[in-house]
Every structure is written in C-alpha cells, then in structure tokens.
Ligand binder design. Structure first.
Ligand SMILES: [Zn+2]
Length: 181
C-alpha cells in the first residue's frame, strides 16, 4: 500500500521540476535592456536638458540632420500641408526641437486650426522660441525659430484661440514628440 502511494508522489515531483526548468528561459527574456529611442546617439548637440546655445555651420548641420529635417531647419523650407501625423494627434506629451532637443510645445497647447500644419497657441516658455520678422513671398509674417539652435520652425499668426490669441503654425518634420509616461 505504501509503495502504491509513493509512485504518484515521485511523478508529481518530476512534473514540478520540469515546470520550474521550463520557466527559467522565459524570465530571462523579460529582462531586456531598455533602448534609447531618441536620435541623441547620432546627433552630438541633441539634449533635452541643456540650455546652452548651439551654433553650428550649415555644413556641420548637414552631416548631423536627416535631409528632410535639414531642409526645414536650415533652409527654411515648408513641408507639404496635411502631411504631418502630428496635425491631428491627440497624444499627451511634449514636442522637442528635432535638431537640438530643446522643449518647444506641450500637447495641451495644441489645437486643430485646419491650416494643414500642427498648431499651438503658446510655447513651453518665453525662451523656447525666437521671433524674427519675415517679409519674404510678398507677405509680412513673423518667423519662429528654436530658441536654442535657431532652427526654422514655422510662423506665428495673431488669429489663434484664447488665452493667447496666437497660432504657432509649425512644420511637423522639425518636431520630436515624446509621450508623457
Ligand atoms: Zn533646436
């Protein structure tokens, strides 16, 4: 009688051992290293903390920036209207300068302007942005540039919603977005 009970007990022990062995590799798989998704690895001036001004020549920028970012940031280009996924994005987070990492706008200051580009009514801070008169293309406009690296961002107009009445019309290509965790 004792022997009959002993055999199922041994079988149960073996099963338990097998289970614990098979779980070990699964635990290792979940212990993955966190990867840095920003472009800071390729771009030596990219920093979301530094407030030091960045002054590089166009040649140096060209080596660092992807072509589409370079053409907006340094050649004052304009992306095609309705081409930026940020225009209708409802994600909560912060928009940084894609060229240097300077915090520019928060998602809570974003609004649907219908103009074809991501639009905001105020920047993160007074020093995030530089304002320059722009009389090109027969228009009187105010250009907005990154306060840290002077990248061209877009223009600001006085037809925005409260509380500022301003509309910062920004090229999505020059924005680097990170969701709030
Ligand atoms: Zn910048």
């Amino acid at each position: 009688m004792k022997q009959l009970l002993y055999i199922p007990f041994m079988a149960a022990c073996l099963l338990l051992q097998q289970c614990s062995f098979s779980q070990q590799p699964a635990k290792k798989e979940t212990d993955q290293k966190k990867t840095n998704m920003t472009e800071s690895g390729k771009n030596p001036v990219y920093s979301r903390q530094s407030t030091d001004k960045v002054t590089l020549s166009d040649e140096e920028w060209k080596k660092i920036l992807p072509d589409d970012v370079y053409s907006i940031a340094r050649l004052k280009g304009t992306e095609r209207p309705w081409s930026s996924p940020f225009e209708h994005s409802k994600d909560v987070g912060t928009f940084y300068c894609k060229a240097c990492g300077n915090p520019l706008f928060r998602s809570d200051a974003k609004f649907e302007s219908g103009c074809g580009w991501p639009s905001f009514y105020e920047p993160v801070s007074k020093t995030s942005i530089i304002y320059t008169p722009d009389n090109s293309h027969g228009m009187q406009r105010t250009e907005v540039q990154c306060g840290r690296c002077k990248a061209h961002l877009g223009h600001v107009f006085e037809d925005g919603p409260p509380p500022t009445g301003l509309r910062y019309c920004i090229n999505g290509v020059i924005l680097d977005f990170e969701k709030t965790k």
